[in-house]
Design a protein around this ligand. Structure first.
Ligand SMILES: Cc1cc2nc3c(=O)[nH]c(=O)nc-3n(C[C@H](O)[C@H](O)[C@H](O)COP(=O)(O)OP(=O)(O)OC[C@H]3O[C@@H](n4cnc5c(N)ncnc54)[C@H](O)[C@@H]3O)c2cc1C
Length: 400
């Protein structure tokens, strides 16, 4: 017999994780009239912060959330390990700094307005398969959910993915950062720092988040396990000859910590189950950005989920349509990104200096300004080669 305190609830779909992607899937399904529960282990949606909040216009359109924009960005300073700087500036807006906590809440509110039920401080711990439904178990077992379909949107270390025995990402990066105020930055440009002293295996960033340049989000990502403790790298941002000067005297107002999954999953569905967003490693391997790929995939996920609910077909073979749909959209970009990343991981600081010095040429910079796209960095490869044919052998060795 069930204990007296146990609360049993029946839903069409249980979404695990109230991040941006889980909230969007919940909204799209609830809008169609399906009974949706979202379970989230944290007590506050979007907090603590684990995102730098740098996105393209596509994200604002997919999320329909222009109200989250804090600042418009027109370019970047890329700082190479030897101290040289590539200055890229476009006449048009290339990216936006957004309030990520607000984005998650805007999307959650939209789902709630369509009658999705939210259960905060509710941690998913397991699934029991019954004859024609799933029993979703939560920590402490005060709440049990019965549903036909579970959607894991529970981030890089997805428990849903693990329990379903779906493949993990090939790599998970550790990130640390902060929101700061009291800086004096060019508000139109992001700073990217490369090199093994500052962010071995990835990069560090300073993103101006206010139009007067007085606020920023700073941070870096590293391969796990990092050569030194994460905090050592975070502290170095304040001691580095370039970033240190920019951050001198600033005040930290909020800390950022998180993980980034990297890889191309071969499966993202099982019987009665789908995974989406970071849980499904729908992330750009070169920048770690996951909001665009995740939001795009959330549309495919909810479209296939709603068809499955209408037809009462929750077999893996039916749900795998979703896998094919997101792979069709993202496979090329993720695969090229992974190949470039593999090469990047083998580069010394001197190699990085050499590549960046090739790019520091007026013609090449204008190509980057024209074709640069934070969602599809691979679009730059061929225009750059046209102007810099000596890179062709490197590119061919990357792609084939
Ligand atoms: C430091 C950092 C900077 C980043 N910067 C950018 C950027 O500038 N631009 C960009 O596009 N992307 C960026 N990303 C990536 C982006 O944040 C992710 O791709 C995005 O958050 C994915 O959203 P999601 O909803 O899939 O997962 P998440 O946002 O991770 O949400 C998952 C949710 O599931 C919950 N959860 C986990 N396990 C359970 C459980 N067992 N039970 C219940 N709930 C659970 C978590 O608490 C969380 O709320 C960054 C990531 C990091 C770490």
């Amino acid at each position: 017999m069930s204990p007296a305190y146990l609360k049993l609830m029946r839903y069409d779909v249980v979404v695990v994780g109230a991040g941006a992607i889980g909230n969007n899937v919940a909204y799209l399904l609830a809008k169609k009239g399906f009974k949706v529960a979202v379970i989230e282990r944290k007590e506050r949606i979007g907090y603590p912060l684990k995102c730098a909040g740098l996105v393209s216009e596509r994200v604002l359109e997919l999320a329909n959330a222009k109200e989250t924009v804090q600042n418009e960005l027109y370019g970047a300073f890329i700082h190479s390990p030897n101290g040289n700087t590539l200055d890229i500036e476009s006449e048009t807006v290339k990216a936006f700094a957004i309030d990520r906590e607000k984005l998650d809440n805007v999307l959650a509110k939209r789902a709630m307005d369509c009658n999705a039920d939210y259960f905060l401080k509710t941690e998913f711990v397991g699934i029991d398969r019954k004859n024609d439904f799933l029993e979703i178990k939560t920590k402490g077992e005060q709440k049990v959910f019965h549903c036909k379909l579970i959607i894991g949107a529970d981030g890089a270390r997805s428990k849903v993915r693990k329990i379903l025995d779906l493949p993990p990402p090939s790599e998970i990066l550790a990130c640390v950062g902060a929101e700061v105020e009291g800086v004096s930055l060019d508000p139109r440009k992001v700073h990217i720092f490369l090199g093994k002293d500052i962010a071995p295996g990835f990069f560090a960033w300073i993103i101006p988040t206010s139009i007067d340049g007085s606020k920023a989000r700073i941070g870096l990502c590293l391969k796990i396990p990092p050569p030194k403790p994460l905090k050592t790298y975070f502290d170095f941002l304040f001691a580095h000859p370039v970033s240190g000067k920019m951050l001198k005297g600033c005040k930290i107002t909020n800390f950022i910590r998180g993980l980034i999954p990297i890889g191309l999953l071969e499966r993202s569905t099982a019987d009665n189950a789908m995974i989406v967003g970071d849980a499904s490693s729908q992330v750009k391997p070169l920048t770690g950005g996951g909001l665009y790929f995740g939001l795009l995939s959330s549309r495919h996920c909810s479209a296939v989920a709603s068809l499955a609910l209408e037809r009462e077909d929750f077999s893996d073979s039916f749900l795998a349509r979703y896998h094919k749909m997101w792979r069709r959209d993202l496979q090329r970009e993720i695969s090229i990104g992974l190949k470039i990343r593999k090469k990047f991981l083998k580069m010394s600081d001197e190699d990085i200096d050499r590549y960046l010095s090739h790019l520091n040429d007026e013609k090449i910079l204008s190509v980057i300004e024209k074709h640069g796209d934070i969602d599809y960095p691979s679009k730059l490869i061929f225009p750059i080669i046209r102007h810099l044919p000596k890179l062709l052998p490197d590119v061919l060795s990357l792609l084939f």
